[in-house]
Design a protein around this ligand. Structure first.
Ligand code: COA
Length: 148
């Protein structure tokens, strides 16, 4: 049973790396440009149940990326809490993200708004175009969002 959860949120450490990679593999999360120092994690005791990071591009553009919560722990506010912690700790703005249109309302709760992909910084626009070129993107409406 997962009642009475006591989830602890913190910056990731080197020891969390394998668990983060495992979770991201399982949920098809972004593992590119992996930098453990930029991850935040959610843990149930020693068990890593969620992660998030800002991915920093060479130009300095920030992306909220690699948000993932273990399937058995989803729908309990852990994803929301990870976003809140990240936005509190990371004061740099703007932060961008790419997601599927069905998650627009979820991110709107944290003050992200839709942005026209044409207005994305060039390096991040390339990322968007790369995703749009993937086979699954045809069935998925990918949107770009920004928090200023
Ligand atoms: C998205 C994810 C991180 C949410 O984590 P969580 O701990 O379940 O989030 P919370 O319990 O805080 O909130 C759940 C919210 O996610 C939304 N959500 C989750 N999956 C969704 C989906 N496929 N479509 C639409 N909304 C979705 C729910 O609508 C809910 O919003 P609500 O609070 O307005 O009802 C989790 O479902 C996950 O890991 N999914 C797989 C990986 C993924 O999609 N990552 C995001 C990439 S942009």
């Amino acid at each position: 049973m997962l009642n009475n959860l006591n989830i602890i949120y913190s910056l990731a450490t080197e020891q969390d790396q394998l668990s983060i990679v495992g979770l991201l593999k399982e949920l098809a999360g972004d593992r590119s440009n992996f930098d453990i120092a930029r991850f935040y994690v959610a843990k149930d005791g020693d068990f890593l149940v969620g992660c998030i990071r800002t991915k920093v591009f060479v130009s300095g553009t920030r992306e909220l990326a690699s948000l993932a919560v273990n399937k058995n722990y989803q729908g309990r506010g852990i994803g929301s809490e990870l976003i809140k912690k990240l936005l509190l700790t990371e004061t740099f703005r703007p932060i961008y993200l790419l997601t599927s249109a069905d998650k627009e309302n979820f991110y709107k709760k944290f003050d992200f708004n839709i942005i026209n992909p044409l207005e994305l910084p060039s390096e991040f626009k390339k990322e968007y175009e790369k995703i749009m070129g993937l086979p699954f993107a045809k069935d998925l409406q990918v949107i770009a969002m920004i928090i200023k």
